[in-house]
Design a protein. Structure first.
Length: 284
């Protein structure tokens, strides 16, 4: 009976866990729909801006700008976008592992700008300098978060504290596929693609004013797009993880229920045998 009582306690615990994971799955699914819509709405603007940068790269010599200044990389900053909490499968682990590989492979001293406490918490405990941290709401990143990150990274680069800025985020493809990747943000270089060769541009009011407006906006757009991709990836990973956890809890409940029934039947059989044995003893 003691063993049967323990099994029933485990069944109740598994049912409680199943209810929690099912609720988290539903919340993640609702947030994933909104995050996916935001990603799909933002991509056309980012793609068009990238096309414009490719086109502009064929304009020949452009005015110098602080965000395009190249210098030997002694210190660099890595914007690491992870989640604020776990229970998202391998989402955080994959990003932290990819960032670790990059820090080992890249020459110079690496510094972290942490978005979400999982990433900067991991590297902060391992001696990697953390220059700045940003807390992202559970519902997803806001544009104000992108502005804060972009402003901090730009100030670090322009002041010379770092000589390059990279971003590590998870590219969103679907609820079951998210790929960690690292992109260089600063110095800004012409995106890879066909520039169309040398082109003649007429600048209005002038090329310098255009660059002063375009480059900071392009930089902010890259950061914002990475935040949107990461938000959708996190919710997709969490929904998949909670779906698996709910299914596993259901299987555990079935196995424990079967085991409990067998224990109960064995207990009843034992009691019947004891009664029959007692009756036979009285007859004798």
């Amino acid at each position: 009976m003691a063993n049967l009582k323990l099994i029933r306690q485990r069944i109740r615990a598994a049912k409680n866990i199943q209810q929690i994971t099912k609720a988290m799955k539903l919340v993640a699914a609702a947030r994933l729909k909104k995050a996916t819509d935001r990603v799909l709405e933002a991509r056309p603007y980012a793609d068009k801006l990238r096309e414009f940068m490719i086109s502009l790269s064929g304009a020949g010599e452009l005015p110098a700008h602080p965000l395009m200044e190249k210098r030997p990389v002694r210190n660099y900053a890595l914007i690491l976008i992870t989640a604020e909490r776990g229970l998202a499968g391998s989402y955080n682990t994959n990003l932290i592992r990819r960032a670790g590989e990059f820090l080992k492979e890249t020459a110079g001293k690496g510094h972290i700008i942490g978005v979400g406490k999982k990433g900067h918490g991991f590297y902060g405990r391992r001696g990697v300098p953390v220059l700045h941290t940003v807390t992202v709401p559970a519902a997803g990143a806001r544009y104000s978060d992108a502005l804060e990150i972009a402003t901090k990274a730009r100030d670090l680069y322009v002041s010379g504290e770092v000589d390059a800025v990279y971003i590590c985020y998870s590219k969103f493809y679907s609820a079951i596929r998210q790929t960690p990747q690292i992109v260089q943000l600063l110095p800004i270089e012409a995106p890879e693609g066909e520039s169309g060769g040398s082109l003649d541009f007429d600048f209005e009011p002038d090329a310098e004013s255009l660059m002063n407006t375009l480059l900071p906006r392009y930089f902010q757009t890259l950061v914002w797009q990475a935040l949107l991709e990461s938000t959708a990836s996190e919710h997709g990973a969490r929904m998949s993880a909670m779906t698996s956890a709910t299914d596993n809890a259901g299987k555990m409940i079935q196995d424990l229920t079967l085991k409990a029934n067998r224990e109960r039947q064995a207990s009843i059989t034992t009691e019947i045998l004891e009664v029959v044995g007692g009756a036979e003893a009285l007859k004798a």
